[in-house]
Design a protein around this ligand. Structure first.
Ligand SMILES: Nc1ncnc2c1ncn2[C@@H]1O[C@H](COP(=O)(O)OP(=O)(O)OP(=O)(O)O)[C@@H](O)[C@H]1O
Ligand SMILES: [Mg+2]
Length: 313
């Protein structure tokens, strides 16, 4: 991942009303050049609304969104051409092939001739539609292939920032991997990525910073490591009967260790993963273990601890 720390996108106090409904409530965020930034939230959280403001396709009711210090506005076509938006719905012509679609959208951005053809071929390769599939009508594509084409279209004009709105909904694992690989490739070439999802596993595996959005508000925004540290890890283990006389040593060494009802079984809950310390102690004291179970933190638990609700209902 490109490691440059300068702000490329900034939103400050952005509010968006749909009629009386407050879809975004005074959101402030900064996105750094070169990062893969995750926007995680349940259905209706306001993810697409926020992306549409960042992409310049809709205006905030109050607050300001800037790209490289310039205000993002629907009328600013030059600035909008530096952004590639992969919309939540398919946005291509089903009666054209994959290649024809890419050529068409490339022409819309003013690309022509060999430059356009080379660019289209490069993208077909990145999205894994470079074999015979490039010449198939996109209406015959699987859901995963359609998602990949949707992504390709957002890349044809070489944007500085790629924004993806739930790009893996309804895709098979192979297409999901292709999409992930394409995003990583594009990012490694210097493109900043904003990845919107309600799948916490995707945000965990792809993004280096994540904002959690709920009911139009950012309830947390940090690195994955720091977000996970908001919850705790519980480790449960049991030792063999012959070694149960060593309970005193265990408790003395790890005062927070709690004996469970079953003899020889213990649990420990901490903010950092205590498993290595527990295993070291058991090895050093030659205590034999029967089983060990770790309940690791994940973004689902972070969301639950912040909202009292599950991310996916
Ligand atoms: N044009 C609109 N008119 C009225 N309400 C709208 C409009 N667009 C969005 N909303 C409402 O604003 C809220 C946020 O919508 P948005 O589409 O941004 O959420 P989302 O996080 O993208 O959800 P999803 O995961 O379902 O795509 C929702 O409650 C939605 O019903
Ligand atoms: Mg949405």
């Amino acid at each position: 991942m490109t490691q440059v720390h300068s702000v490329i996108l900034k939103i400050d106090g952005v509010t968006k009303l749909h009629g009386q409904f407050r879809a975004l409530n005074s959101i402030s965020l900064t996105i750094n050049r070169g990062e893969i930034f995750g926007l995680l939230g349940p259905n209706g959280a306001g993810k697409s609304t926020l992306l549409s403001i960042l992409a310049g396709s809709s205006k905030p009711c109050s607050g300001i969104a800037t790209f490289d210090g310039t205000q993002i506005q629907p009328s600013n076509q030059t600035l909008r051409s530096r952004i590639g938006l992969v919309p939540q719905d398919f946005a291509f012509y089903e009666d054209l092939t994959a290649k024809e679609n890419l050529l068409f959208f490339g022409q819309l951005f003013g690309l022509r001739g060999t430059f356009l053809t080379n660019k289209v071929n490069e993208i077909l390769q990145i999205i894994g539609l470079d074999d015979g599939k490039a010449h198939q009508y996109s209406k015959h594509f699987s859901g995963g292939m359609k998602r990949r084409l949707n992504l390709g279209i957002a890349l044809v004009h070489s944007p500085d920032v790629l924004m993806l709105d739930e790009p893996t909904v309804g895709v098979d694992p192979q297409s999901r991997n292709r999409i992930f690989e394409a995003i990583k490739t594009i990012n490694a070439l210097g493109t900043t990525v904003i990845y919107t999802t309600h799948y916490m596993e995707e945000a965990e595996s792809l993004c280096n910073r994540i904002a959690i959005l709920d009911h139009g508000e950012i309830i947390a925004c940090d690195t994955l490591k720091n977000l996970l540290a908001l919850t705790q890890t519980t480790v449960k283990f049991s030792i063999i009967e012959d070694d149960q006389s060593k309970e005193e040593i265990l408790i003395r060494s790890i005062p927070a260790l709690k004996p469970n009802i079953l003899p020889g079984s213990y649990s420990l809950t901490t903010h950092t993963n205590p498993t290595p310390d527990i295993i070291n102690l058991l090895v050093n004291e030659k205590i034999q273990i029967i089983n060990l179970q770790m309940d690791s933190p994940n973004l689902e638990k972070v969301f639950l601890s912040l909202t009292g609700r599950h991310l996916r209902d």
